[in-house]
Design a protein around this ligand. Structure first.
Ligand code: 13P
Length: 345
């Protein structure tokens, strides 16, 4: 164990615990500049205007600031920023002044992984990670997030090579984050656009998450100062099981995958919404909490770290310049997510 890291242990643990305190979750606002511009344009709909580069940038700033200033502190514990929002816009302080913990996305997206299956990627961003983390920390970040997309199908994907590569880079980023004093959120994002059954999704989630903790142990990561951000265990969109899928089935499969793979030292799990409808994302989250408490499945707090699952309605209103309506829509949705995080939806 490095001397540097042990200096941060209690701070890391306290930050991780604060992020998953009861009834609260994380708002993920770490879309790339291109992605957030595209989402704003889509929300604007058919009348979407053309903006210059500078106008686009101003628009991103104003969207972020409008929401950050009124995020409901009863339901939101932390917020994941993209580097532009943190470093160029300097918006972490707006959050931390209100008691919301700012974090930052530190991966720089995926590239095709040579030798692996068709479409499999490995996430980039390790090369200059220590210095970037130090800069992000100076700008107010207290945690990091690294997304590792993993393709899943009924039989051939993911390959062992892809799982190994993604788990190894998650462990490396977690170790580097902690050495700088930042809590890493480890995000295996298992694709559900394919043809996998629910059973297959359960099997792959269990294997991938177990592999990640094997690698975290090998890299000396302090588990108490980390969080896991998985996807919900569900059949792929192209599998016929999807038609009759119930939230209870997702709840059970997800609780089983986690209880079979997550070490008990881990302080919390924060789910991504992955483009699911608002209704499904909260129904799934609530079902996992209900299943684990009804069946005595001992898991850490299970809450949300949603992007799309929180902001859809708010964004539409904001593009119509209904700023108060946007803030109210966000609060309403955050309250539903909060209820789901305690199994009361
Ligand atoms: P979504 O909830 O929109 O999937 O975003 C969460 C996230 O951070 C994905 O990387």
């Amino acid at each position: 164990k490095s001397a540097t890291k042990s200096n941060f242990e209690s701070e890391l643990r306290n930050t991780a615990i604060s992020l998953v305190q009861q009834g609260k979750g994380i708002y993920a606002t770490d879309e790339t500049t291109e992605a957030i511009s595209a989402r704003l344009a889509a929300a604007e709909g058919a009348n979407s205007k053309q903006y210059t580069t500078d106008q686009e940038k101003q628009r991103r700033y104003e969207w972020r600031k409008c929401l950050y200033e009124t995020l409901p502190t009863d339901y939101i514990s932390g917020c994941i920023l993209y580097q532009e929002t943190l470093v160029n816009f300097g918006l972490a302080e707006v959050l931390s002044k209100r008691g919301i913990i700012p974090g930052v996305r530190i991966d720089t997206d995926g590239q095709p992984l040579p030798g692996a299956g068709y479409g499999e990627v490995f996430t980039q961003g390790l090369d200059d990670l220590t210095s970037r983390c130090q800069i992000f920390k100076k700008h107010g970040a207290r945690f990091t997030k690294w997304r590792a997309p993993i393709l899943v199908n009924a039989s051939t994907l993911p390959t062992e090579l892809a799982v190994d590569a993604q788990a190894t880079s998650l462990a490396r980023m977690a170790a580097v984050s902690q050495a700088v004093g930042l809590v890493p959120i480890v995000e295996p994002d298992l694709d559900f656009s394919g043809d996998a059954t629910l059973e297959r999704s359960l099997e792959v989630h269990t294997k991938v998450i177990a592999k990640i903790y094997e690698k975290l142990a090998a890299h000396g990561v302090y588990l108490e100062g980390t969080l896991l951000k998985p996807s919900f265990v569900q059949p792929g969109a192209q599998n016929s099981e999807r038609k009759s899928l119930t939230a209870d089935a997702v709840g059970k499969a997800t609780a089983l995958a986690l209880s079979r793979s997550v070490p008990v030292a881990m302080p919390g799990v924060v789910f991504l919404s992955g483009g699911l409808s608002d209704k499904d994302s909260t129904a799934f989250l609530s079902a996992i909490n209900k299943y684990s408490s009804a069946n005595n499945v001992r898991l850490p707090p299970l809450t949300f770290s949603f992007g799309r699952g929180l902001q859809g309605d708010a964004m539409e209103k904001w593009t119509r310049k209904d700023f108060q309506g946007a803030q109210e829509a966000f609060n309403k949705r955050a309250q539903e997510c909060s209820k789901a995080s305690i199994g009361q939806l």
